[in-house]
Ligand binder design. Sequence first.
Ligand code: 5AD
Ligand code: SF4
Length: 437
Amino acid sequence: MKSFHIITFGCQMNEHDSERMSGLLEQEGLCAVDTPDAAEVIILNTCSIREKAEQKFYSELGRLTRMRDLSGKKVAIAVAGCIAQQEGRKILARVPSVDMILGPSDIARLPGMIKRSSSTGGPEIATEGDSDYHVSSLPAARSDRIKAWVSIMYGCDNFCTYCVVPYLRGRERSRPSADIVQEVRELAGRGYREVTLLGQNVNSYGKGGAAGDCFPDLLRKLNDVSGIERIRFVTSHPKDLSDDLIQAFRDLPKVCESMHLPVQHGSDKVLMTMNRKYTIAEYRDKVRKLRDAVPDMVLTTDIIVGFPGEHEEDFEQTLHLLGEMRYDNIFAFKYSQRPGTAALKLAGHIPEAVKEDRLDKVFEVQKPITLERNNRHKGTVQEILVEGKSKRGGKLTGRTRGNKIVNVAGPDSLVGSLAKVRITSAGPNSLGGELCE
Ligand code: 5AD
Ligand code: SF4
């Protein structure tokens, strides 16, 4: 029996794609091993969102090929995911001993590629994409027994000018809603309590009608699946946050009160050159509606600093927005030039040192806000889904409906169930509490 090991870089979409590759290979009789040195097939599932992710991948690939060459063992190395799609055959010019290269929509071809490459010895390359990928139901070897990821759509049509995703993951395609409901029912039957719906822009799910439902209707159907207690989704684009979706948040008990709503920037001028298709006034209005409908909403966002043409006063608008929005948490990044994207040709690229300085300032402004937002839960009773033991301290660890980590002393028998916890402390990254009953 052939052994394999997958190393995953990047987002939850990639994590889930890795679960699907594992599921497919296990179905074919291969077995997963915990370390690359024990594997006959090593798969690197790559990310290309920023240059740093790409550098991390190439250094890992270099390390693995050297390790393989030194050991003299016959080990096949596959590059999957976004860098495979972006670079294709060009990866071979840099690292000739790579055996397989496959894009994110070519996952189903992996077992066949492994067989062929071990018999022919030549490199196998598949980056053309399977046009039926979004209607296929591939098995998944899931890494968790309580929470599961469920892809509901692939690709993106938005073409934000900094972003490489639409070029690598293709046009937006929604999975048929009946398939998604079926998958979630099966997960519930196997004991899963929480699902996170995945897509680049989940709230435009179903656009065009071919999937059978729009996103709020899909949520309504999933809310009816018994056994599932919590529904989450990432990522949402502010331009597609509809009143209907806000109502679904308010009315559907299983849809959790947390939303990741990337704003990217605080200046209308920069948002325009980013091709984000909303103004800060429109964004503000949607957030107000969302918080009016669901006062407990835990809101998080993504921020980019140092986008081309970002003057000091534009940047200050981002800082101002953070103060105004009071996000529970943010993910902030320095703008990174990506191949083929429109922003490359913009004037006014920002020096690295300025970007670094601005990123520091963003975190400086956000840090006390995150703490303040965590502190606000003190004294409240939160429902947590207990996920396991915390690494330090041996306490139980779980998440609130708002997706905040809570550590609490309690019996192991609670793992996998919902518990009521009174929050007694708050730090920058997690909350602490005591069991209510
Ligand atoms: N540079 C920096 N950040 C980027 N993101 C996407 N592309 C880039 C880029 N070229 C960020 C955006 C997006 C998140 C997933 O990654 O903030 O929301
Ligand atoms: Fe990239 Fe914009 Fe699509 Fe998100 S919405 S994946 S940032 S192009």
